[in-house]
Design a protein around this ligand. Structure first.
Ligand SMILES: [Zn+2]
Ligand SMILES: [Zn+2]
Length: 445
């Protein structure tokens, strides 16, 4: 091995070792039997196995693995070089890629979308008996989001006394409840009051949670009836319930200068559907023990059953899980930007010397998560640059063999066939092509 090659090996960027996590092992050990047994064991409960779900799982297994392709990065000052593996960039299943997205989203939302006015966290949820309709027909999730928005808008406009006043809201759909059950609900970050056409903002009096719950309930039932999911008889039956099963939670006011609370909330509303810390994989028994978020309760799953539950929370390719309404809608934001009036109400984060594009650069986000900056040269602290992206399997193999890294492959080749050449063809670093649109990445590329 040459000196340069040896230097690359010694300095490989390895911030984590996904292959050794319990979660990774569980997916790797049980993917095959999960897939083979799915129709018989799980389709009645979760619907058919979506092809995209399989793609997400396989990509997770190869995420961060040099064998799947990599970028060569080099320091222009001292010539130091290393390799950076591709990541899968998929939501909810790959813990590290999802977390990257969460951090990015939090920054983007606070800098580009929400204004420096008071906000609240509001959560809308629905009774158990209605949840499965949303599992079998995911298009209903966007309607659920709209029901929540319309409810909030009515209450805010009523309180403001003006019809052309509007609140701004960001609504994220979460589909998971305790122990990964399917529980679709809306997390809303809403301005605590209305924006007026003049550009001013008036705070709202305390929201009437009970009234909102009633209106939300009415909207959801009307929706399900119109879509032919429920009958008038079911509605009559629900009317007799003492507790409706619909809930509206309304958090305390978050004040305009509490940037930390806003960013934490932004991250919270798109958080991953599961937590690695709460799972224990019992490899010998092929079981997963999952702890409750709070308290001591635990649930034991058969490993394949755990994967089936996890998979019900993977959104489809391109499925939008976050929506923007009223003053924060894409149309309103676009108009303000065109008219250059988007800054008339001060943004949450004040502009500073660095450009937004640079601040939100991919490398910086990695740094925020792993506390390592892959583009900082370890020798001279210069900024390393991507010099090439290697994704052709023969070339990947050739280089890794040359570096003595090919044999390090821990995982046997995937047992399920997929076209290797097309696999990473659309992956570029640090491009955000082909990602799922929770928010417009292109806005700052
Ligand atoms: Zn250097
Ligand atoms: Zn990944």
């Amino acid at each position: 091995m040459g000196e340069a090659a040896a230097a690359i090996v010694s300095q490989q960027y390895k911030p984590r070792n996904p292959q050794q996590s319990q979660y990774y092992l569980c997916v790797e050990d049980h993917f095959e039997s999960f897939e083979l047994g799915y129709d018989e064991r799980f389709s009645a409960r979760y619907g058919f196995l979506r092809p995209y779900v399989k793609d997400v799982m396989l990509r997770y297994l190869d995420c961060g693995d040099l064998h799947g392709g990599f970028a060569r990065i080099k320091c222009p000052d001292c010539g130091h070089e290393r390799l950076l593996a591709f990541s899968c960039k998929r939501r909810h299943f790959c813990p590290s890629c999802h977390q990257k997205r969460v951090v990015e989203f939090g920054e983007w939302l606070c800098m580009e979308v929400v204004k420096k006015v008071p906000h609240r966290h509001v959560v809308f949820s629905i009774p158990k008996i209605l949840r499965r309709y949303f599992l079998y027909d995911r298009s209903l999730l966007s309607d659920l989001s709209r029901c929540a928005w319309e409810t909030l808008k009515s209450f805010h406009q009523c309180a403001s006394g003006k019809e052309n006043a509007t609140p701004g809201a960001v609504i994220a759909i979460q589909s998971f409840g305790d122990f990964l059950g399917f529980n679709p609900h809306c997390h809303v970050l809403v301005s605590d009051g209305c924006f007026y056409e003049t550009g001013s903002f008036k705070t709202a009096p305390k929201l009437d949670q009970k009234g909102m719950m009633k209106l939300f309930r009415q909207k959801v039932l009307k929706l399900l009836l119109a879509k032919g999911k429920i009958t008038p008889e079911i509605i009559s039956m629900l009317d007799t319930w003492k507790h409706t099963g619909f809930t509206v939670f309304c958090g305390d006011r978050i004040y305009p200068h509490d940037d930390t609370a806003m960013e934490n909330l932004a991250c919270y509303i798109i958080r991953a559907s599961f937590s690695q810390e709460r799972m224990t994989y019992l490899r010998d028994e092929a079981k997963v023990v999952y702890k409750a978020k709070k308290g001591r309760e635990m649930k034991t799953f058969d490993a394949s059953e755990w994967l089936a539950a996890m998979c019900s929370h993977i959104p489809n390719r391109g499925e939008q899980m976050v929506r923007y309404y009223g003053y924060y809608s894409n149309v309103c934001r676009g108009n303000r930007q065109k008219e250059k009036t988007d800054d008339t109400i001060p943004c949450i984060i004040e502009a500073d010397a660095t450009s937004p594009a640079k601040r939100k650069a991919w490398a910086r986000l990695i740094q925020k998560i792993y506390e390592v900056d892959p583009l900082t040269c370890p020798q001279c602290k210069g900024t390393m640059k991507v010099i090439s992206v290697i994704d052709q399997p023969e070339v990947v193999k050739h280089i890794l063999q040359h570096l003595g890294l090919w044999e390090m492959q821990k995982r046997p080749p995937p047992k399920i066939k997929y076209p290797p050449s097309a696999y990473y063809a659309d992956e570029q670093i640090p491009s955000y092509d082909n990602v799922d649109p929770d928010y417009p990445f292109e806005a700052y590329l």
